[in-house]
Structures are given as C-alpha cells and as structure tokens.
Design a protein around this ligand. Structure first.
Ligand code: SF4
Length: 374
C-alpha cells in the first residue's frame, strides 16, 4: 500500500506503533515527562553513543516558482534574489570546510531554470572531493532526475511535507507545482529508488495542530522504515519563524511540547536520526542535545552567499516573478534575502565546545559511507 493510501485512511486505521505514539504525545504530568526523557536519553545513547553530527546548510538559490504563504522565498515576494554559480558555491563550501564541516546540506528554492538537475549535479560534483556527506533539499523531482545527482556524489535527500493535512496544504500553497500534495508525499521514495541512502522528512510546526501533524509524521516514518530499509531515516521538526511577506505561525507549540515530541519519536523509533536547526534558541538546543537529538546545524546562514558574501553580481529583485534591477532600500544589505531568522547565532566552534562540556562528541565527518561501503 502506498503512503498516500495510508495517510488518507489514518483517521480510521492506525498501526499499533502509531497508536502507541499517539499515547506518548498526549498531555503528561511532569513526572511522566521526566520518565519519558530518561528512556529517550538511554535509547539515544544505546543507538548513537555520545555523538552529535554537525552539518551546515549551504543555500544555492532563493529563486522559486511557488507561492507558499509561510516562506519568504515565495515567487511574489519582491526580495533580493541570487543563484550562486558553481565557483561561488565552492567558495562558500570552502569557508564551511575551514570551520570543520564535512557534512553539508545544499538548499535551493524550486526553480527548474535556476536550480535544475544539471546545475545541482554540477554543484555536488564540485563539492564531493571535500565533503564526506552531501545532501540536497530542493523541489521534488522524478527518479530519473535524481539519478545524476546521486551519481555526482549526493547521498541524502530532504523533503518536508510541510503539513500532512490536505486542506491546510492547499490553503498554504497558493500557486506553483508544489500544490501537488501527492507528488511531494511520494518524493522520498522516488529519491530512494534513485539511490539516496539518507532520507529526511518533517513537518513545519505551526501550520496546523501539532499532535495531528506528529501522528501523520509517525505513520510516514513507519512506512519509510519498512520500505526504504537500506536508508538512514531522519526527521526534522522546524517550528515556523516569522518570514518575509509578513507570515506568522498559526499554531504554537511550547518548548515542553517539543521536548515531549522528541522523546516520543525516540521511544517509537530508536534508530531515527533527529535533526534540530538553528531556528531554535541556544538553551533549548543544548538541553535537547542530551535527550534525543542526533544531528544539529551550526553557524547557519539561510541566504545564498551568506557565509562569504558571494553572488552579489547576480542580485536582482523579482516582482510577481519578473526580474527587475535591485534598487536597494536605505540601509538594506546588498545580499540575497534569507529564508528565515536564525535564533542560535553561536559559531560552530562554540557549539562544538558546549557539546563537549555536556559529554557529547561533535562529529564533523561521518564515516558510515566508508564503513558500510554504501
Ligand atoms: S517553501 Fe520552498 S517552495 Fe515554498 S516558497 Fe519557500 S523555497 Fe519556494
């Protein structure tokens, strides 16, 4: 059965695992939550040791043909846009490599003209000698379009469904190919068929009630663990931040609820990689590092060229998708606009030091590929 069918019948039929997960995310006393955190901590230790993988996002392009109400990169926003050429991508990546990173996530808005298959394969090919793990987070593609990107050296594919609620999905994605809910839902499996061996999924927290999103996400994870069994599966739980275009999250999730969700995911899926981005504040990131999170971004920039100010020659604005000269407003930085605000602005070295102080080993380079021969 495809995951589309499973999702559509989820209200009527849940697996035992998903029912158990639903009980884990129900409101809990402080004492019960503490017990969950203890179990989560020891399962994380058993399955991942005292390690924390560190990675950095590298934004290639903020061009996009979609309008998503919560995202500053939306086509109709008159933001400063740029797509880095391959040399500029390499310059940004070298900066990250000098900071210690060997795991990188290439991010681009959905725009086949600017960030299509051939461009992505070229970027991956140029970075492969310097990075042990390259993942991409770009618009969904067909299996045959992913294949050359895998061949060039990418091993990871990240595709958040954003929301598993079809009605909310339709309201949030007002135009562009992203309106096709099912095409996005099946994307991770198309990536697996093309050869990606790290698969990342997630839902944006803030578009609908978080427990509903979490239950659908758990069902998706269960499906992927069964059907993509050769891949490492990761999940990300980005809580929405204010973005260009004036969007504010519609539903809130407290820090306590986020901690409970991380624990519930760890208890239900002991081998699941759990990713936490710099959207979250430093103190919360530090405490989640010991409870269940296994992978963190650090020192992130969400604007193309943000690390070394690359790409300024290509800067332009778009008005309803039409390219116009940039015309900077007073005090505006001559740099492409970022996707969202960062909350944890500590440097990668500072974050690594804090992890060490908490008894965790920061892992900059992942040896899995060499060990597994994948
Ligand atoms: S969320 Fe992705 S697809 Fe939507 S506007 Fe932003 S970059 Fe484009």
């Amino acid at each position: 059965m495809s995951f589309v069918e499973i999702l559509d019948s989820l209200a009527l039929r849940k697996s035992e695992l998903v029912e158990h997960f639903e009980r884990l995310i129900a409101p809990k006393s402080d004492q019960d939550l503490e017990a969950m955190a203890q179990t989560s901590r020891s399962l994380t230790l058993q399955n991942f040791g005292r390690t924390m993988r560190l990675f950095a996002p590298l934004y290639l392009s903020n061009e996009c043909i979609n309008n998503c109400r919560y995202c500053g990169f939306s086509r109709d926003n008159p933001i400063l846009r740029a797509t880095l050429d391959v040399d500029e991508v390499v310059a940004e990546a070298r900066h990250l490599a000098r900071q210690g990173f060997r795991q990188i996530l290439l991010v681009a808005g959905e725009h086949p003209k600017f960030a299509g298959r051939d461009y992505l394969a070229e970027c991956v090919h140029a970075l492969a000698p310097d990075f042990s793990s390259i993942s991409i987070e770009v618009g969904p593609m067909e299996t045959e379009d992913y294949a050359p990107i895998v061949d060039a050296g990418a091993e990871g594919l990240v595709v958040y469904q954003e929301t598993y609620n079809r009605g909310v999905y339709s309201e949030m994605h007002t135009s562009g190919p992203k309106r096709d809910f099912n095409f996005r839902l099946d994307c991770v499996e198309r990536g697996y068929a093309a050869g990606f061996r790290r698969l990342g999924v997630g839902a944006l927290i803030g578009l609908s009630r978080w427990p509903d999103e979490a239950i659908a996400l758990a069902a998706h994870l269960e499906h992927l663990f069964k059907h993509c069994w050769q891949a490492q599966i990761t999940v990300s739980l980005p809580r929405l931040r204010p973005a260009a275009g004036g969007f504010h999250p519609l539903f809130l999730m407290t820090d306590r609820e986020l901690v409970q969700l991380v624990c519930a995911l760890r208890i239900s899926f002991p081998q699941l990689g759990i990713v936490l981005s710099t959207r979250e504040r430093a103190p919360l990131r530090d405490s989640l590092a010991s409870i269940g999170v296994t992978m963190m971004s650090a020192g992130s920039h969400t604007e193309p060229g943000g690390y070394t100010r690359q790409g300024r020659e290509h800067l332009h604005r778009t008005v309803r998708g039409r390219i116009v000269a940039p015309e900077y407003q007073d005090g505006e930085d001559e740099l492409a606009t970022g996707q969202f605000e960062i909350s944890d602005e500590r440097s990668p070295a500072e974050i690594a030091e804090i992890l060490r102080r908490r008894g965790l080993e920061p892992v900059w380079k992942d040896w899995d590929r060499a060990l597994c021969g994948v």
